[in-house]
Design a protein around this ligand. Structure first.
Ligand code: UD1
Ligand code: MG
Length: 451
């Protein structure tokens, strides 16, 4: 059976008080709209139409692709005359079919595939209407029942005091019979407090026509929370983050403090990883078994091996081999390959560099655009002077090299295997293998004079 979905994402989101459209505000490193599209993908709903405004339209394709959809249709709603109007606009763009059409609010980032499947499976007659019991007060639309049957939805702004006491809410997730939706949508009016065409008025229409509306009560109201302002954004972020942490903890990851651990959706954490407080792990990071990350660390696109320890550090777009030690206070900026058992210590910044297995930079160094061979040691205070004001140049250091404290390596420059530089040396020219360079500018010393 073909299922199509319409995501409503054209609202102005005025309550966010933001230049950025509401559905592009981020939770756990992804736009709100991404979360809704990902839930649809997880529920195997691939035919998706997003109703957008002019500000959102240009971002829809990229967000959808990131969420795993090959393509989605974007339909412009200008001006925005309400959720019912948004659905009318979408239906006008879609060829007429018989079947189920899902409609979801784009501002419900906590929705998950299970609830979407329940709505699809629960449709009987015109509509499966997802509802949730929620603590009051609430700005959600209230479900008005007569006996067991749903008779209508009243928006909080249109509700009487008695109706505001009702604690069953409209989630903003609907599975409609398409033919019946088309008929109901064409008859909506905007006779209400906001002078908008409310999608929710379709329910009273069905009831009047004698059609069945099947309520599906969500098990947990938190999965349908809407985000209308930044307070709700923070609350939803915290819930999503908690859900991500719990999934990893159940899969064998120790998270010392989920409240201060911030995870993004597409990361991989192996069993027996430990995450210490105040740590963020994002983008497509992968962390191998028995590694310990944190406290106070931020990782993005980090590919970390097994038995690695990273503390109080920032690691971006970097690969780190097994048994490496990083931090405290290291900054691995981007494009680094750190070998097995390497050691990156305090106040070391590394960019676009390769450190072979066993290489060490234990204190206070800047290593940029460099290649460092196996077991070589970079002394405290060493700088690769890689930038001449116009271009970046590479520094190449061989195996078993000892770079003395406070060496300045003026790139492009090459230090051969087993070579050594003395403390404070400024290296302007290549140092051949096995040689000892000292001074400013560096000169080569007879080997016997050097320890
Ligand atoms: C809506 C429901 C309410 C429900 C709540 C759940 C209606 C009339 N009310 O209220 O019953 O409890 O969601 O969160 O549907 N949008 C458009 N075009 C528009 C207006 C809105 O695409 O012209 C989109 C918005 O971007 C948003 C969604 O529809 O993603 C819901 O709109 P919003 O204004 O947030 O409705 P609520 O007041 O939250
Ligand atoms: Mg809303």
């Amino acid at each position: 059976m073909s299922v199509r979905a319409i995501v409503l994402a054209a609202g102005k989101g005025t309550r966010m008080k933001s230049a950025r459209p509401k559905v592009l505000h981020e939770l756990c490193g992804r736009p709100m709209l991404w979360h809704v599209l990902r839930a649809l993908r997880d529920a195997q709903v691939d035919d998706v139409t997003v109703v957008t405004n002019a500000d959102v339209a240009q971002h829809v394709a990229a967000v959808a692709e990131r969420a795993g959809h090959a393509s989605v249709r974007a339909v412009l709603q200008e001006p925005q005359l309400g959720t019912g109007h948004a659905v009318q606009i979408a239906l006008a763009e879609l060829d007429v079919r018989a079947g189920t059409i899902l409609v979801l609010n784009g501002d419900m980032p906590l929705v998950d595939a299970d609830l979407i499947r329940r709505a699809l499976e629960g449709r009987a007659g015109a509509l499966a209407l997802v509802t949730a019991r929620m603590p009051l007060p609430s700005s959600f639309g209230r479900i008005v029942r007569e006996g067991d049957r749903v008779s209508r939805i009243v928006e909080a702004r249109d509700a009487s005091d008695d109706e505001l006491e009702l604690d069953e809410m409209n989630a903003g997730l609907y599975a409609y019979d398409e033919t019946k939706l088309r008929a109901a949508a064409s008859e909506l009016t905007n006779d209400n407090a906001q002078s908008e065409y409310y999608l929710t008025d379709t329910i009273a229409h069905f009831v009047k026509a004698g059609d069945h509306v099947a309520p599906i009560v969500a098990d947990d109201f938190r999965s349908v929370l809407g985000v209308n302002d930044r307070v709700e954004l923070a609350a939803a972020s915290a819930l999503l983050n908690r859900r991500l942490c719990e999934r990893h903890m159940r899969a064998g990851v120790t998270i010392a403090d989920p409240a201060t651990t911030y995870l993004e959706p597409d990361i991989e954490l192996a069993p027996d990883v430990t995450i210490l407080p105040n740590t963020t792990i994002g983008r497509h990071s992968r962390i191998g078994a028995h590694s310990e990350i944190g406290p106070n660390s931020r990782l993005a696109n980090a590919r970390i091996g097994e038995h690695v320890v990273i503390s109080d550090s920032v690691v971006l777009d970097t690969t780190i081999g097994d048994f490496a030690l990083v931090g405290p206070y290291a900054h691995l900026r981007h494009g680094n390959e750190i070998g097995t058992g390497a050691r990156i210590g305090n106040f070391v910044e590394i960019k676009a560099s390769t450190l072979a297995p066993g290489a060490k930079a234990a204190h206070l160094a800047y290593i940029g655009d460099a290649t460092i061979g196996e077991r070589s040691n970079i002394g405290a205070g060493t700088i690769t002077a890689n930038y001449d004001g116009k271009n970046k140049h590479r520094t190449k250091i061989g195996k078993d090299v000892r770079i003395g404290s406070n060496t300045t390596l003026v790139a492009p420059v090459e230090i051969g295997d087993d070579a050594l530089t003395g403390a404070g040396t400024v290296v302007l020219r290549d140092v051949p293998a096995g040689e000892r360079a000292v001074g400013n500018p560096a000169r080569l010393l007879p080997r016997r004079l050097v320890r």
